[in-house]
Design a binder for this molecule. Structure first.
Ligand code: 5AD
Ligand code: FES
Length: 347
């Protein structure tokens, strides 16, 4: 990434990212129906409210029937892209997830895109999910700083990146991302995070501000607020014009208009939670999470109005990453012309 991007005033950076985003996606904001399948995490990431060590939360793990019921309700409401996210819960092994993928594909008549997010797995397990019809996989790298990664996650950055490489080589649409303002991040960490996204060419990138959770070891740490996350979002949009980028719930949780502001500086996706309402409060990764009492379908109405305030509209399409469509096109046709958004993004 050119240094010149970081020399820009935030207003210019955000406006340029917005131009790139609108050149690729127009006024569309893709909707992904999110279902939080389990909060029973066996890992202990220091920042995360559902870490194993937090004994204060009620643990749950949805049954396949509950997940399918949420998918079917979302499908009936017009949603054509579903994200099933869980913690690293041993109850959601690859065999079960593969069988569930088949059921979700049948319940949606093969029309909906299916994304899983269940943490780091072996290449063989990812291959099984891919064969079962799973289209996309989300696995944030969280921070590109090796030492910080190990300290916060008790697992190496190299292992995380290996998993991301496995996913890409198996043909998944690959999503990753990071948090801004993590305790221990220094000047240059965010630039390195953005650069890692560019180097890996992720198809989807989710970025959110770190929000300290009171029942984690990072309880007393600072929250740097929304601005660094907005800057990072804009920089990634400029680096990866074709990536699908959500306006994250974390952004909406530290500022009432956080998601709209992200959608105005490069983000093009929203992920309303369409899972069972009575479980939402237990998937508390960080405090102040929004929309906990809302039925996901009600969220759709609210989100439709919110995106209009920034001149955008919700789209229920599958919203495949144009990066993936472009990859397929290139392999079919050889070279491809430079897209106007790519020309805009060049320093
Ligand atoms: N603050 C903000 N985001 C968090 N996540 C986990 N814990 C927190 C926190 N305290 C993010 C991580 C994870 C995603 C599902 O939520 O980036 O990948
Ligand atoms: Fe669940 Fe980190 S605490 S993956």
């Amino acid at each position: 990434m050119s240094e010149s991007i970081y020399a820009m005033k935030p207003g210019f950076l955000h406006a340029r990212a917005d131009r790139v985003c609108r050149a690729v996606f127009g006024d569309k904001v893709y909707v992904r129906g999110l279902i939080e399948a389990s909060n029973s995490c066996m890992r202990d990431c220091l920042y995360c409210g559902i870490r194993h060590g937090n004994k204060k939360i009620a643990r749950y793990s949805l049954g396949d029937g509950e997940i399918l019921a949420s998918v079917s309700a979302g499908f009936a409401a017009g949603i054509r892209s579903f994200v099933i996210q869980g913690a690293e819960d041993p109850a959601f092994g690859a065999e079960r997830l593969a069988a569930l993928a088949g059921k979700i594909k049948s319940a949606t008549f093969g029309e909906a895109a299916l994304t899983y997010s269940f943490g780091t797995m072996s290449r063989q397990d990812y291959a099984m999910l891919q064969r079962a019809g799973c289209d996309r996989y989300l696995l944030r790298f969280e921070t590109s700083d090796e030492k910080l990664h190990l300290k916060l996650r008790f697992s190496s950055l190299a292992r995380r990146l290996e998993a991301l490489e496995d996913l890409a080589s198996l043909g998944f649409e690959v999503g990753s991302g990071f948090m801004t303002g993590l305790p221990g991040a220094v000047e240059g960490t965010m630039e390195a995070d953005v650069e890692l996204c560019r180097r890996y060419g992720f198809d989807m990138v989710g970025i959110g501000p770190f929000i300290p959770h009171p029942d984690t070891p990072l309880a007393g740490e600072q929250c740097e607020g929304l601005d660094p996350a907005l800057d990072a979002c804009a920089a990634v949009r400029i680096a990866l014009p074709f990536a699908n980028m959500p306006a994250t719930t974390a952004a909406g949780s530290i500022a009432p208009d956080g998601r709209e502001r992200m959608l105005a500086c490069g983000a093009n996706v929203l992920m309303p939670n369409i899972g069972p309402v009575d479980r939402k409060k237990d998937y508390e990764l960080y405090p102040g999470k929004i929309c906990l009492d809302e039925d996901g379908m009600k969220c759709l109405g609210c989100l439709g109005l919110r995106v209009k305030t920034i001149g955008k509209n919700l789209s229920m399409e599958r919203g495949d990453s144009p990066a993936v469509l472009k990859r397929k096109k290139i392999s079919l046709e050889g070279a491809s012309p430079v897209h106007p958004a790519e020309a805009e993004a060049r320093p």
